[in-house]
Write a protein that binds this ligand. Structure first.
Ligand SMILES: *Cc1c(COP(=O)(O)O)cnc(C)c1O
Length: 384
């Protein structure tokens, strides 16, 4: 097998990343602060508010996980507190709950967006309150770029007075009712890891509407140093700020973000057309015009009762023999060994999707030839 590997999602440079990185070298800003960091924050802020949505503040950080950790701290989450988290997600959504000694309460997905189910969320909140443990926060995720049911979730958040942390790590460029994901929660987070829609090699951001909260986040992210000529600390801090080099990559990537969204959406359309010809496979589309997904990854559900018994694992292996990467959906957190003993509210939607769902190669840098190979491999496997 000497065919070149087709990746699920790989970094795609193309703007003026090196110009900004070179600038950092020339000015010797090789540090977790500098003009690229401020510039990158402004670029993100400008991008996310381009439809005139409410004012936001952006803090560039070393990862999306760090941003989630700080969001929980800023909401006052402490040891023994309960925090609700969408079960079907990447472990990074839930791990920061554990860093604080808090207790994760997992909630199932609904079928339309694959994100946190409003109905199960409300059941969970009511039961936790009846046990005397009102949850401190709700972590909701826009999985694979698809916005969660924003209005329904916000309504529940207001009704019970529990803030939402919007995990928008996979959804930069997505919108709900024409408002950017990343501005829809009480706190929101982004990720710029290597496989995301744009990357800084590693990085993230915390987004808030409150300038004081941004200042506090940066204070905590830079070792919580008090205002004094010597090193003075009255709180425990972290080393979570983004480096000026990585931020330089981010500035170049922001210039091409809209193109990257367009290319991912185009890849999605390719799969929609392809699977029209094939029985038994559902491509996950936006449920209504209120939803605009960046289609970071295209997701399908395989119904082996209609595909002559070929399930998602067989399809994944077929693609693998052609050196084409595909991957099962995130394994739900309540099924993970590390989280299995924590409460879970649901009816098995996430479990079913984990069993039958597959993410297909969706990178913005896939070529026409890659598409031909993917199409041939899928047709070979499913229409024998
Ligand atoms: C990638 C990701 C994160 C974490 O971001 P990092 O920058 O890798 O720390 C969090 N949540 C989700 C849903 C992600 O996909």
């Amino acid at each position: 097998m000497n065919k070149e590997k087709i990746w699920l999602s790989s970094p795609h440079m193309g703007g003026e990343e090196l110009k900004y990185v070179n600038g950092a070298f020339e000015d010797n800003w090789i540090a977790p602060l500098g003009p690229n960091v401020t510039g990158f924050e402004n670029d993100i802020k400008e991008y996310l508010t381009q439809n005139g949505s409410s004012d936001i503040e952006v803090a560039a950080l070393s990862s999306g996980t760090a941003a989630l950790h700080l969001a929980l701290i800023l909401l006052g989450v402490k040891r023994g507190d309960e925090v609700i988290c969408q079960s079907m997600t990447f472990a990074a959504s839930a791990n920061p709950i554990m860093y604080l000694g808090a207790i994760p309460i997992f909630v199932d997905s609904e079928e339309d967006t694959l994100n946190i189910c409003p109905h199960q969320l409300e059941i969970a909140i009511k039961e936790r309150i009846s046990k005397g443990n009102k949850p401190k926060a709700i972590i909701a995720v826009h999985l694979y770029g698809m916005p969660y049911q924003v209005e329904e979730i916000n309504k529940i958040s207001r009704k019970y007075g529990i803030p939402v942390i919007e995990d928008s790590a996979e959804a930069l460029g997505s919108k709900y009712k024409n408002v950017h994901c990343g501005t829809l929660g009480d706190y929101s987070i982004l990720s710029f890891n290597g496989n995301k829609i744009i990357t800084t090699s590693g990085g993230g951001a915390l987004i808030t509407k409150d300038i004081q909260a941004k200042r506090k986040a940066i204070f905590l992210a830079t070792q919580a140093r008090d205002d004094a000529p010597h090193y003075q600390h009255s709180e425990v801090g972290y080393n979570y700020r983004l480096s000026n080099i990585c931020a330089g990559i981010g500035r170049g990537q922001m210039q091409v973000l809209d193109k990257r969204v367009e290319a991912r959406r185009d890849m999605f359309q390719f799969y929609v057309n392809l699977f029209r010809k094939i029985e038994g496979v559902r491509v996950f589309e936006e449920p209504s015009v209120d939803y605009f997904s960046n289609h970071w990854l295209t997701v399908i559900e395989v119904d082996e009762l209609k595909t002559d018994g070929i399930g998602r694992e067989e399809l994944r292996k077929c693609l693998g023999t052609e050196n084409i990467e595909s991957r099962p959906l995130w394994k739900p957190m309540h099924m993970q060994p590390v989280f299995k003993d924590y409460p879970y509210y649901g009816t098995g939607i996430a479990e079913k999707m984990f069993r039958n769902g597959l993410c297909l190669p969706s990178g913005s840098n896939l070529t026409d030839n890659d598409r031909l190979r993917i199409e041939k491999a899928i047709l070979n496997c499913l229409t024998k």
